[in-house]
Design a protein around this ligand. Structure first.
Ligand code: TYD
Length: 206
């Protein structure tokens, strides 16, 4: 059985993950590959309900409850969308996956990062991406992009600058720990240069 390719995009809010995911989708589709573009939270029907809750609930959600909500979204998404697509041989291009939980709920919310990771591994029966693209950007620059583009912030985007600084450091540590899984790109560079670097890494995997 051919197995597809599982590619995730990670990074802080406003670093340009969606733009790069879309460019990658166009390029792969042009090569005749089946591409499934998806995201967490909210990549399934159940996930859309969890997304609304976890991102827009008014009032506090305790850190462990938040971690479990993201893990629940992930469990259903992997079981109903991601695994079936990979089994068909598709390329799955996904905005955010378990590294988001480790970075945001682990470093950001100060839960134990190892426990947060094990929770996601349990939720997904151990599915890891073939490649994770980390778009690295100074949180202040990312915030400038978000301010220009939006009026409504979700619960995590509204966190203090210090929180986003911890998230960035956590991502860089994750990439350093698993260099074969991660491609780290400087998201301050021009969009087309980033897209070219990403394509050449993917081409080597196909
Ligand atoms: P989203 O609008 O998808 O953010 P972006 O466009 O920046 O990717 O919102 C997802 C938010 O949820 C984002 O602030 C990061 C957060 N998040 C977690 O805290 N943990 C997780 O496991 C995931 C998947 C996302």
């Amino acid at each position: 059985m051919t197995r597809g390719l599982f590619v995730t995009l990670e990074g802080g809010d406003g670093v340009g993950k969606t733009t790069q995911a879309e460019l990658l989708r166009e390029w792969l589709t042009g090569q005749g590959r089946e591409v499934v573009r998806t995201r967490e939270p909210g990549g399934s029907d159940v996930g859309l309900e969890i997304r609304e809750l976890v991102l827009h609930h008014r009032g506090d959600i305790s850190p462990r409850a938040e971690a479990l909500l993201y893990a629940a979204d992930r469990a259903h998404h992997v079981a109903t969308v991601v695994r079936p697509a990979l089994e068909r041989g598709a390329v799955v291009i996904q905005d955010r996956y378990l590294d988001s939980s480790v970075a945001y709920q682990g470093a950001g919310r100060v839960l134990d990062p190892g426990e947060v990771r094990r929770l996601s591994e349990w939720a997904t029966e151990g599915l890891l991406p073939d490649l994770t693209i980390l778009l690295d950007l100074d949180p202040a620059a990312a915030r400038g992009r978000l301010d220009a583009a939006r009026t409504r912030y979700d619960r995590l985007e509204a966190e203090a600058a210090e929180f986003h600084g911890r998230v960035r450091e956590a991502y860089l540590d994750l990439a350093e720990a698993e260099p074969e899984r991660f491609l780290v790109v400087d998201a301050a560079r021009p969009v087309d240069e980033l897209a070219r670097d990403i394509r050449s890494r993917i081409a080597a995997l196909l």
